[in-house]
Design a protein around this ligand. Sequence first.
Ligand code: ATP
Length: 235
Amino acid sequence: MSSIKIENLYTAYDKADVLMDVSLAVEPGRITCLLGSNGAGKSTLIRSILGLTPPRAGRITVDGKDITGAPTHKVIGDGIACIPEGRRMFPKMTVSENLRLGAYQVRDEALIRERMERVFETFPRLAERRDQLAGTMSGGEQAMVSIGRGLMAGPRILLIDEPSLGLSPLYVKENFRIIESIRETGITVFLVEQNVRQTLAISDYGYVLSGGHLVAQGSAEDLRNDKEVYAAYFG
Ligand SMILES: Nc1ncnc2c1ncn2[C@@H]1O[C@H](COP(=O)(O)OP(=O)(O)OP(=O)(O)O)[C@@H](O)[C@H]1O
């Protein structure tokens, strides 16, 4: 099982510092969450891990290997997959075609089929609709396509950016249940969210980001019960 360690990270766009001295650990086989409001810098942290916006200073290691500023294809090749916010998928492609794109680095056709069957077991609704154009599905189903596509890469670590964004409560519940079941398969999950209550309900450990600084951390249970943190950052 894999882990990410981030040490004293500073990331900026042009001259505007967004992340300042951020240090955190994503522990193996667990769900670690990063909570924070709009503009706190959560997506920027994911961009830094993926090498899309390399940090100005600091260090990112995966299982002890330094990936700071490594090109995105190398980071993905090292077993990190990202499910972007906004359920991005290809609307004019079928469900199966969308899933297949998640395994674009895999040459072994049998392995691709095996992974796709596993995704269909996790999401029976996608199995029923495998030949349907993804753009014609409901928002919640598109979110499943997006998670499924991430799993097709066979990641050791999954970064998930705001999976609840724009979803109805029913789909939020279902998708969070699926994220929990992903942990059961041994995949390490880093979950970035604004939805505090439901995120802490499935996470093991959490960090709170505000204005580019880490302002709180603790076990999900401690954070859930921390009235001061709630009042200051989640109110
Ligand atoms: N490409 C960019 N160029 C310049 N500034 C950016 C860029 N992307 C984000 N920012 C700025 O960086 C800050 C943090 O943005 P970021 O998207 O990381 O926050 P977030 O916590 O993910 O918020 P959200 O929940 O809205 O996605 C914001 O002030 C934003 O305006």
